[in-house]
Design a protein around this ligand. Sequence first.
Ligand code: HEM
Ligand code: HEM
Length: 189
Amino acid sequence: MTETAQHAAHEAIDKYPTSLRVLHWLRALLIFGLIAVGWTMTSLDDEMAEKFGELYPLHKSFGLLVLLIVLVQLGIRALSRLPGPADLPAHERVLSQVVHVAIYALLLIVPLMGYAMSSTFAHSDGVTFFGLHVPELLPKNDTAFRVFQLLHKVLAYTLLGLVVLHVAGALKHRFVDKNPKADVLSRMI
Ligand code: HEM
Ligand code: HEM
């Protein structure tokens, strides 16, 4: 390796790789859509044909898509060089890292709870991924269904709460902090 190439390899990285930036914003859009559709579809009258005929299958398909995207994203993340820790006061840096880890955990657990709920529900219409049949691997069980249903709901709204905190942090670093180095948003756009 030439000296210039060696220097370039050790240079600080100031942005997430393009693939991670694209996936971050695509997944953000999907999460907002899933929460909006989840909340709307559960409030609709059971007699409405679109409720179970269209909205539930769409919600399940996009929910499974999020799970796939997060797995791909974590794989790319593990193999990529990432920007170093943001130039923030220690307490803000730790808070943002804790929130990121919690968001990643919920991005995996929430769709898995959704799948487990549908899988254990005795009267489920099944799980499909954009029309493809997905096997329901768990045994039908009313008590388990109720636990997964509650966990899916509570954890989905917890995810929303964490995302609100996450967005508030990103906006604060851009518009309130006087230090341009604290502007982490520029690393993600
Ligand atoms: C990150 C992905 C997901 C998010 C953020 C999400 C979010 C939500 C939300 C907010 C609700 C409404 C809860 C309520 O107010 O009662 C909901 C309901 C529901 N979700 Fe998801 N969901 C996701 C993935 C999935 C997946 C993968 C499945 C199944 C394969 C699924 C199946 C369901 C079902 C069946 C309901 C209706 C529950 C009921 O009728 O009480 N979800 N989801
Ligand atoms: C549902 C919506 C969202 C989710 C689930 C989400 C999740 C995440 C996660 C897990 C990371 C950590 C990336 C990593 O290191 O691998 C991250 C980074 C980031 N997100 Fe989001 N995000 C969402 C929406 C947003 C929005 C709306 C904004 C901006 C207003 C934003 C701004 C950022 C920034 C600036 C970073 C980089 C932080 C840093 O470099 O330290 N995110 N996001």
